[in-house]
Design a protein around this ligand. Sequence first.
Ligand code: ZN
Ligand code: ZN
Ligand code: ZN
Length: 462
Amino acid sequence: MAERKLPGKQEWSGRRRSATRVSGFHSHKNATGGHYAVEGINECYRLEKGEKMSLIFDVNEASGWSGFGGYFWYQGEISVSLSGLQKKTLKIAPSGLWSKFGSMWEGGKDTSIKVVFEAIEDSNICFYDHASGEIGHRHLDSARSNLLGNMHQFSPEAHFFTSDSNAPVIEGGQLHRVDGKIPIILKQCNRCARYLPINYDSYNPDAERHHLAFTNHCIAKHRIPCTHGGFGLLKSRQGEDDIDLTYGFQLECRFCKKFEVNAAHNPQRTSAQMKEDGARRRHIELLLEHIYQGTPQLVYRSQYGSELTDDIWHKFDRKCFNCHKAIDNPGDMHLDHTRPLMMLWPLDATATCLCGDCNIAKSGNPPSIFYSERQLKQLSSITGLSMVEMADEGPNEEVIDIIENGLDWLFEELLTTPQMQRIHDGKVAGEQLIKALVKPFSSSKKTRIDIISEYNIRRKLF
Ligand SMILES: [Zn+2]
Ligand SMILES: [Zn+2]
Ligand SMILES: [Zn+2]
């Protein structure tokens, strides 16, 4: 559609924003949900008592989803009105915190939405990610219709703009520069990997309760402070100090939580994916059992003369290392590899004692991604892994050396065992194992063979 000329344009109103820009931070392949970043806001509007300013969003006719909205911060006292819309989000937090507003709908006509801010006392207001445009996401396309009736409650965090979004026209208010002095804290979602706003103030724990794109993790009095890693402790993407939260936040943003956790709107696909992940883990475990000649428990017993599970449980003082929750018996412990199984690290004396929640939160992440600096030091002294080993996200090179020096063994013996020849859900176990080796091989510090080509060549020979 043609861009309209709009009256009263200020410096940056009507500016086109790139669709891919979310917060200036790129997605991270190891998204844990436990990282934060800080952005500084540069422009702020001054409103004298009784003065008003408006944000005018133009939303075009579309057959799919469209929406408008964003986040705002103010200092002073204001009222906000968002007229002409039945279904909307307007969540106004106290002065000095971030608030949010917006709405989204399917199949709308050309419309212009005016959001009016009025100063009850002299106030300052600034904005973040305020935009309008067409929205598209695979979950919106495939979800059951009964899940889509309340999408306006997921504005603005559900604004996955499909093309360039539009900034609103801004009328009124005195624009002044604040040069990054007003911070907005963004937390990563472990599903979509976007960095989205949270409220946090080290002097005011209740700031967290004014949640924006993430809901809280621990709310009950007896559960706070939330000590769950990733939920209650955030690590900086920018090398700043960790943040210790009081209530903590969910790992998933509200959008991902709705569609990927709560609704599991496509349970078949999800469970197939989980089955496949589980199968790959078992194949790697089997490979390691062959290489180390026994199950982790057996290998440990013959090496130390005692039980791996009991020893780890005692070594960690019968508590989850991450959240310090008491674990009453070794059977309730989740024995974590410390370094990821999928990077070919066996379960051994370096394992970590975790509770179920923390084990799920850590999942396949290397320790350096999941734990704080302080925790890494503690874990290093308990497990005996050096800080260098802790920081290394690479694979177990020893295992890769053994595989490379024993390719005949791998392809002619291991892959021809009945277990590896088994076909499950149309997939040959051995082939899944080879695929699972691609990541560790390609992240090796040494030059490694192309394991897939090797497999293809040998497969043709037999
Ligand atoms: Zn998300
Ligand atoms: Zn918690
Ligand atoms: Zn725990």
